[in-house]
Design a protein around this ligand. Structure first.
Ligand code: ARG
Length: 591
């Protein structure tokens, strides 16, 4: 793991350190003035700015005759900067903004050491060691829908970003595998398969249809209903035959879920609702002993300030529910798994549930009062998936969208596009398949991730598989083209990394280098704010800067600067690949 000194990646943090020294010297009486460093927006010359002058001036107004206006505060900040090889020059503009121009030599050296030491040199640094990401989490025997697909895609990316930041991530699939519906499903299974040996995925068939049929039986047959209710009690009491039937039903669902995860390349560990069930009584007792739980209309509830309904933790029939399970799971994650940050990825519709049980946990003293301190909980909400008609996404003929079919269609469409480009003649069947998968699944993921997750997004195959615009296809092709530039040069890039030197004399080279150097702080931002779209935007801009500012102005192969420029191409490809990796997209090398 990189120590703070070794991490050359985070330019912002390094500048902050320098400016911190200077701010201390300028206003020695002010305790802890946090340096406000930002990448420049392009309004002033420079790469970064330090924006503290204005605020400092309004704090010390009149106290120091030398610092008579924000601009002179800015000037003083510049004068007190400790010497460093990071900064080329500084200037003060407007209301005391300090503009920083980075040293080209330092920039080049930093990129070169990343090429030699690996992109891990640029990994963000977070203050925690272990996190739980609770994502995907479909419900057994019910539909795994596009909302679960979004949760799977977003949760996987967040996990990858945390893992890259050296955080141990417990990827948890909190499947809905417990609840009263199982009584009905088990009885229906007994009825249809009197011999339990006959139960198999093929025999039972589609579980959603099975669920519907058993529900119909439950609603229309009083005797069946009674048996189903008794079955719940027997299941929860641990009766072996009922446990076995329950396990069989879960297993069939699991196979279906796994087909989706396998296509998407997503790793998850299932710890469903049933896992936490045994912990509920003790957890509720703890809350009860603290006086948090009250009786209300036969149910046991927690009243919380700011909410007009209480959080029900024991239903009036004595059963536990979603909230009691989530409280027990949170307790387990904090105390048994020692997670410092617990992240839940679901649609925004569940916001209130999370707000409420987070608040209950805070009142119980499980979490610090300041929600930004660790141990910390975060609900990562996301919007709906819409169809091209602007309504909730559905396929033409069926009510629901089978996720496996959806992913298969993305792949077959991308394969068709590759064949149209003549790739069937050029490539082996295996290459064609692999590329079609990378592009097809990558397109589905990227189309989801590039939006701010809170907005609804429209699922549109034509748009996401377009090779122009901000799509995975465009980005994957851009990466493949960079690889082909390097290949066609005929140079040994491993050798060049060791012996070559990067020079940033052309504006196009410098612009590209600056963007590359911002990778680390961008991943850190995307990760700490739980916003994958920030990384997508960075990746898209990287590709644009490479093409429009660098490649169209700077000849690579055959130029006097060939070595340096090939190294810049390689650095771009390395950073792009890391972005793809963090977004769960498999890169392609030729197209
Ligand atoms: N099974 C739930 C659903 O499909 C999502 C569970 C999310 N995780 C949690 N700990 N509540 O809506």
């Amino acid at each position: 793991m990189a120590t703070e000194e070794e991490n050359l990646g985070n330019v912002k943090r390094q500048l902050a350190k320098l400016f911190e020294g200077s701010l201390r010297a300028v206003v020695p009486d002010e305790q802890d003035v946090e340096p406000m460093i930002a990448a420049s927006t392009g309004k002033f010359v420079g790469d970064y700015q330090c924006n503290n002058a204005m605020r400092i001036f309004s704090k010390i107004k009149g106290r120091d005759p030398q610092l008579r206006n924000p601009a002179s505060v800015g000037q003083a900040i510049v004068e007190h900067l400790p010497p460093s090889d990071i900064i080329e020059s500084c200037s003060v503009a407007g209301a005391g903004f300090v503009n920083v121009v980075l040293s080209k030599t330092w920039m080049a050296k930093n990129i070169q050491s990343m090429l030699i030491g690996g992109i891990e040199n640029w990994a963000p640094q977070l203050a925690i060691k272990r996190a739980v990401v609770d994502f995907s989490s479909p419900n057994i025997a019910k539909e795994m829908h596009v909302g679960h697909l979004r949760s799977t895609i977003i949760g996987d990316t967040l996990s990858r970003m945390l893992e890259f930041s050296n955080v141990e991530v417990l990827r948890r699939n909190h499947v809905g595998d417990w609840g009263t519906q199982f009584g009905m499903l088990i009885e229906f299974l007994f009825e249809n398969f009197p011999n339990s040996e006959d139960v198999s995925e093929t025999a039972v068939g589609d579980l959603q249809t099975f669920y519907k049929a058993s529900k119909q039986r439950f609603d229309n047959d009083a005797a069946f209903k009674e048996r189903a209710q008794r079955a719940v009690v027997l299941l929860q009491g641990g009766q072996p035959e009922y446990r076995k039937a329950w396990a069989q039903i879960c297993e069939i669902s699991r196979k279906e879920f796994d087909r989706v995860y396998q296509r998407l390349g997503v790793q998850l560990e299932e710890k469903g609702e049933s896992f936490y069930n045994p912990y509920i009584p003790a957890v509720l007792k703890e809350l009860s002993d603290q006086g948090l739980i009250e009786e209300s209309q036969g149910a046991r509830v927690i009243f919380l300030e700011g909410f007009n309904i209480p959080l029900i933790v024991v239903k009036s029939d004595g059963g536990y529910n979603y909230a009691s399970t989530d409280l027990a799971a949170l307790w387990y994650r904090l105390n048994e798994e020692k997670a410092e940050w617990i992240i839940y990825v679901t649609d925004v519709g569940q916001q209130q549930h999370f707000d409420m049980f987070f608040k209950a946990a805070r009142r119980a003293g499980w979490l610090p009062a300041d929600a930004n301190l660790y141990p910390r909980v975060s609900h990562v909400g996301f919007g709906l998936v819409l169809g091209e008609d602007g309504k909730r996404f559905r396929t033409r003929n069926t009510e629901v969208v089978r996720l496996v079919d959806l992913l298969d269609e993305a792949k077959s469409r991308s394969k068709a596009a590759l064949i149209e480009r003549g790739k069937a003649e050029e490539w082996t069947e295996e290459e064609l398949e692999k590329t079609a998968e990378a592009v097809g699944y990558g397109a589905v993921k990227y189309a989801d991730l590039k939006n701010n997750r809170l907005t609804n997004y429209t699922f549109d195959f034509d748009q996401m598989l377009n090779d122009k615009g901000n799509t995975a296809v465009y980005l994957l092709y851009a990466h493949a083209r960079i690889c082909s530039i390097i290949r066609k040069s005929g140079k040994d890039i491993v050798e060049l990394k060791k012996t070559g030197v990067i020079v940033l004399d052309h504006a196009g080279e410098r612009d590209l280098a600056l963007h590359l150097l911002q990778f680390s702080e961008i991943v850190e931002e995307a990760c700490t704010n739980l916003l994958p779209n920030v990384l997508c935007e960075y990746l898209y801009n990287l590709s644009e800067i490479f093409t429009k500012k660098f490649y169209s102005n700077c000849q690579v192969v055959g130029s006097p600067e060939e070595t340096s420029r090939l190294l810049l191409c390689e650095a771009t490809a390395v950073v792009m690949r890391k972005c793809f990796h963090l977004l769960g997209i498999v890169p392609v090398y030729k197209i």
